[in-house]
Design a protein around this ligand. Structure first.
Ligand code: HEM
Length: 215
């Protein structure tokens, strides 16, 4: 039988391709969008990570989600520095969540508050992605909009506390493999992971509409 980390990865593979090749992501990675689109995307991430990281103190004590809560993953402070750079010191007054982002953040919050195993699906979908494809996005952002390498504007993608991302991801997958849940619950977590990808893709869709290339 496949390990849980393999099951969850395989189950979301198709949606990963869909997210990766969405119009907005392709345009962003292709250097075809202005920095305003990147800033708007970063702003959406802020709402998502606020939901992901708001309940971590409580979740850290949870037997299922607890082992996944690692402070070196926390992104909120980095996002806030990036937004201050992108939007200026008053950035808070100007941020707004797209409806798709609000829906995503609400679902994360719901899981964080009442279903720790489901929260793990969201945790996996974001953080393991940030440690992987996020590095490609950072490289493109630095080149396209001239941010200092690993500096303000792209700090979200820089995990200062993780010296060896490949080793970290290996350990993370081991944690998934030891996931303390029965088969049925694992299936529900896999379904939640697919939902997490769909929520991300919906945010990309909304961003794509806000920043159409051919307008
Ligand atoms: C243009 C955008 C993206 C690129 C280029 C990209 C690229 C990659 C690459 C190369 C890996 C493999 C890393 C490895 O095997 O160690 C990966 C893994 C992953 N990505 Fe992405 N990705 C992108 C977008 C996303 C998005 C939007 C999400 C979800 C929000 C996501 C979630 C994940 C996850 C969860 C993994 C870990 C898979 C696993 O090993 O279990 N990625 N990505």
């Amino acid at each position: 039988m496949d390990s849980f980390s393999t099951v969850i990865r395989t189950a979301s593979h198709e949606q990963h391709v869909e997210a990766e090749t969405s119009t907005f992501m392709s345009d962003l990675l292709g250097g075809r969008l202005g920095v305003a689109a990147y800033a708007r995307y970063t702003e959406q991430l802020w709402f998502v990570y606020e939901a992901l990281e708001a309940g971590t103190e409580r979740l850290a004590a949870d037997p299922v989600a607890g082992p996944f809560i690692r402070p070196e993953l926390f992104r909120l402070a980095a996002l806030e520095r990036d937004l201050a750079h992108l939007r200026g010191p008053d950035w808070r007054a100007g941020v707004s969540a797209l409806p798709a982002t609000r829906e995503y953040a609400e679902r994360v919050r719901e899981c964080a508050e009442s279903w720790p195993a489901g929260y793990v699906a969201h945790h996996y979908t974001r953080y393991l992605g940030d440690l992987s494809g996020g590095q490609i996005i950072r490289d493109r952002a630095e080149r396209t909009w001239g941010f200092a390498k690993k500096g303000d504007g792209v700090r979200f993608y820089v995990f200062e506390g993780i010296g060896n991302p490949a080793a970290f991801k290996r350990e993370y997958r081991e944690l998934l493999d030891g996931f303390a849940a029965d088969e049925l619950e694992k299936q529900r977590v896999v379904a939640e992971c697919r939902r997490a990808f769909a929520l991300n893709t919906a945010v990309f869709g909304a961003l794509g509409e806000e920043f159409p290339l051919s307008a």
